[in-house]
Design a protein around this ligand. Structure first.
Ligand SMILES: NC(=O)c1ccc[n+]([C@@H]2O[C@H](COP(=O)([O-])OP(=O)(O)OC[C@H]3O[C@@H](n4cnc5c(N)ncnc54)[C@H](OP(=O)(O)O)[C@@H]3O)[C@@H](O)[C@H]2O)c1
Length: 277
């Protein structure tokens, strides 16, 4: 992100003036338009590479705010991590890290639709309660209160883990490894615990991965843009039939943007953290 330029970020908004034949005033669109109240788009549709394009948001599919969350990039990340990499089967045991966040809360709800047992790791007791009482998780653990994460994960999932959705990386992944069942899968979705630090020196996981025939595979949501229509229609159906619900934390005011971003990194959000301008 270059200095002194508009901060990158996704927006949902209304077209107030159009000189493009494909767009008209009043339409709701979504794009990587930055932290600003008004933005100019070239009307292109390639929004995935941080370009100035936009896509039209269909308000009949779900509320428009969800185009930034469950119906947008975080929801698509969850959907493709489940359907492309994890391939869950009914009865399998799933553990989700950052489980109360935008991607994690969606993953947990989707794998429930597949008939899995789902457990979550999250950073507060409130989040743990939310996951188990509101989102249908079978159990959850406040990892910030744990002194021995590997032992506590073993208590949370005494029968082992078939799929670990890794949104966090670092020591949390290592604490999970010993509880994996043979032929487990690990969709590698993120490494938020390591973004500001040098990677901690951790034991080499190769032995466990090989001995248990674990498949670990990276996910980049933009590889799957060709399946976005399928994703949106499936997610809209799940929302409308009550199988999956959007989780959002919304605060008001343009000036709240920097604080909201920092709070997201500190774990103050539940679900997608949005700022209404
Ligand atoms: N591969 C892709 O294409 C792709 C696409 C989108 C997102 N991602 C990744 O997916 C992850 C989740 O993204 P999101 O948008 O859904 O964010 P989010 O989960 O809504 O928000 C970030 C959460 O990370 C948790 N966190 C922060 N520091 C942590 C640490 N040191 N250890 C463990 N958890 C920590 C916090 O929750 P707690 O209170 O639980 O700590 C915080 O709420 C990120 O790593 C992101 O980079 C990847």
């Amino acid at each position: 992100m270059p200095l002194n330029e508009t901060v990158l970020g996704r927006m949902v908004g209304e077209i107030v003036l159009s000189r493009h034949p494909n767009y008209r005033e009043g339409q709701i669109v979504h794009g990587m338009l930055g932290w600003q109240e008004y933005a100019i788009s070239d009307g292109g549709t390639n929004i995935e590479n941080y370009g100035p394009g936009i896509t039209v948001v269909d308000p009949d599919l779900a509320p428009i705010s969800t185009a930034l969350g469950i119906m947008g990039m975080p929801g698509a990340t969850a959907y493709f991590a489940v359907t492309n990499i994890a391939n869950p089967k009914p009865g399998e045991i799933v553990l989700v890290s950052s489980a109360a966040g935008a991607v994690g809360s969606t993953i947990g709800q989707i794998v429930k639709v597949y008939g899995c047992r789902v457990y979550g790791l999250a950073g507060s007791q409130e989040k743990v309660d939310f996951l188990t009482s509101q989102l249908g998780f079978d159990g959850a653990l406040n990892y910030r209160a744990s002194r021995d994460l590997a032992t506590d994960i073993g208590r949370l999932c005494p029968d082992g883990i078939d799929i670990y959705f890794d949104l966090v990386g670092g020591e949390m992944r290592h604490a999970v490894l010993e509880h994996l069942r043979p032929f487990a899968r690990i969709p590698l979705v993120g490494f938020i615990s390591q973004v500001n630090d040098r990677p901690p020196s951790l034991p080499d996981p190769t032995r466990v991965l090989m001995a248990k025939r674990v498949r670990m595979e990276g996910l980049i949501v933009y590889d799957h843009v060709g399946r976005m229509d399928e994703f949106r229609s499936q997610m809209s159906h799940w929302i409308k039939t009550g199988k999956v619900r959007p989780v959002e934390t919304i605060v008001e005011g343009f000036e709240r943007l920097p604080r909201a971003f920092i709070e997201m990194l500190q774990g103050k959000n539940v679900g997608k953290y949005l700022v209404r301008v």
